[in-house]
Write a protein that binds this ligand. Sequence first.
Ligand SMILES: Nc1ncnc2c1ncn2[C@@H]1O[C@H](COP(=O)(O)OP(=O)(O)OP(=O)(O)O)[C@@H](O)[C@H]1O
Length: 751
Amino acid sequence: MDAFRLLTRSTKLKPAASTTVGRLPSAGKAENPQLFGSADNGQISRKRKRGDAAEISPAQEEKNDEFEATQRLLFGGGGGLSSSAAKTTGLQEPSKKARKYKNDTEGTQESHHHDDSDGEQQDQPDLMEESERRSIMKTHKIKVVDLRDLDEILADKTNVHDENDGNTKKKKKKKASNQTPSLSKKKQKEARQLYPEPLMSFQDLRKRYRISRRLAENIAEQGFSVPTEVQMGSLPLLLGNTSFDKTTVKHAHEPDLLAVAPTGSGKTLAFLIPLINKTVNYHREKPEKREISSIVVAPTKELVSQIVNEGRKLAVGTGVKITAMKKGMQVVAHPNTDHDEEDESVESDSDQDEDGDEQLKSTDDRKDTTITKSDIIVTTPLALVNAISVNKTKNMDSLPSVRHLVLDEADVLLDPLFREQTLAVWNACTRPSLGISFWSATMGSSIEELTKSTLEARHDSLKADKRPLLRLVIGLKDSAVPNIQHKLIYAATEQGKLLGLRQLLHPTAAIAPNEIRLRPPFLVFTQTIPRAVALHSELLYDIPIEAGGSSRIAVLHSDLSETRRSEIMKGFRKGEIWIIITTDLLARGVDFRGINGVVNYDIPTSSAAYVHRVGRTGRAGREGGVAVTYYTKEDIPYVKSIANLIHTSEKLQGKEQSVQKWLLDSLPDLSKKDRQDLKKHGVKARAASAKLKVDVDKTGKARISTKSGYDRRMENKKKGAIAASRNRTQNPAPATKTHESGDDEWEGLDD
Ligand SMILES: Nc1ncnc2c1ncn2[C@@H]1O[C@H](COP(=O)(O)OP(=O)(O)OP(=O)(O)O)[C@@H](O)[C@H]1O
């Protein structure tokens, strides 16, 4: 069914319009999930021989230079340039790949819980020379920086050949520390820069990093053939079989990692693969032992549930159990409590129960305490804090079995809003060898500082291992994913916004070439829950009955029950719901693959919020949808950072600038205090508890516009009655299925 055609009130869209809207912008699967680089770069490691430095084309080199110049100008840091047209050749069909892995394992009867990762003799791919690594990393905009004190880094480099000689080490350390002040800024920067071997193919995970065979099969089965940049950069660092910097000593500990990569670039897979693989290894070492070895923290229940689903698909048949934290679930043993965590099983779309849990379920959980048997717990910070502070008279319980902590959307988790809870979780993980990683598309420098000081404090109080802390940045830090079309629209008033949105929903004329049309599925963001609710009731009857009527549009926010939230998410993924009106609850992490647009009905309250909201579209290398942002008179003081971000994004893509220079120059700068205020409270004019300070009708009820929602409701009711009566007499198929379907038929989102 062509959702767009149904939404347009004009039944006779001109051919030009039909053509323009004929293809869903975010439909299907991107040929190449990578954001930067090109086919050739994807093949370099396999084609080239040892010692043969990779080359990049002059055109690419030029682009890189241009990128770096812009980046220096704007941020003085590392970054990337879009090459959304980049294509990778040699992609193998997923099923073929999966079959290949299956053939590899033929003859080895793999038990449900025994994942044999050493059975095969695989050729180790040649290690790359540094020049080759540098070149690939540059092309793919992968930057790895050592965040330790410079003294430590230099001491490491100096001691590369003398690991065992304590005396020499001391002397050289001293020497290194004396060297630091004399190093120029450039040299210091160079000293921090690392060029670890990037992962060029998922097959290398098995060949080089010896990951579990079953896990490798699952990756192939999911259709992942080419690693994205964040996966190229992080997986070798986190899989632990190799030194991250071949120019220095092999470190005793794998690094802690701060990873900053664009929205939709596959960070979830990047942290789940190492966690699952490590758990398989722990099981192999101690088959009888089951304990929580990893915790993944995410800010919303929606994201928690999504990570669990992704994880379970990857963990099929490995024996690794991944569970979402639920109320009442026990993660530490408490005498005299009688919970059975299996009763609190997670509500999720996953197939875990069919593939991973049976053996665990059949053991007598009650006998040896009642704590969860999960290996990996995925949780919001509050849910876990509640679970470890059951005994309120005592300090929080500790979680000494936890070896790995992952903070997804780390900047928001460490933002004052969640900070206390997140730090409580971190501190509860008392194992001195705890490894931690932080992931987000945006990461302010304050987060980096907080991370460093917390690690330092742990080192002092827990005698925690001193792991190197590395920062991995993909592309331009804190910028919007490159393949999105941005539109910043001045709507003057609240009514103007509503009119604008309706015009997007119901175009009545042919579309001019540079005009934007919004096609379902899309998300609409508002500043507050009451505004989301009000906008929902305003638009509820805008969807024609024959297109499914009000059932096509839903409002999702944190005041709804968990069950309702989950129903709406499922409905949207299945294609039953076309439009979700929501708050920032869905701004981060949530992955709807085929989403065509994002509307910022109310402007985001920070540039990071903009990056995350619009990043719900254009995921996994797909040609992105559109991001429409309305602003009114009240918003003018707050728009500059968003306008700047759009300007930079378009400039890097070499696109026509949609934000004019005069506008950028005339928009006011926001003071630091105002910026913080905005982030906390939003635009004051619409943050007030009076909900929608827009128009107040005769009954005193606030509405977004004076245009009658009531009239539309009545109109639709009438239409509905007519349609129902017609239905009864003619008894046709359900209304939504009677419409012609075309190439651009939309039947829900890939899941
Ligand atoms: N190597 C890959 N090839 C193709 N698709 C991939 C690959 N890795 C991940 N994906 C897909 O890309 C989509 C986005 O991944 P994911 O949700 O992990 O992004 P993210 O980086 O965490 O984004 P966000 O910052 O918005 O949370 C998912 O649908 C995922 O299945």
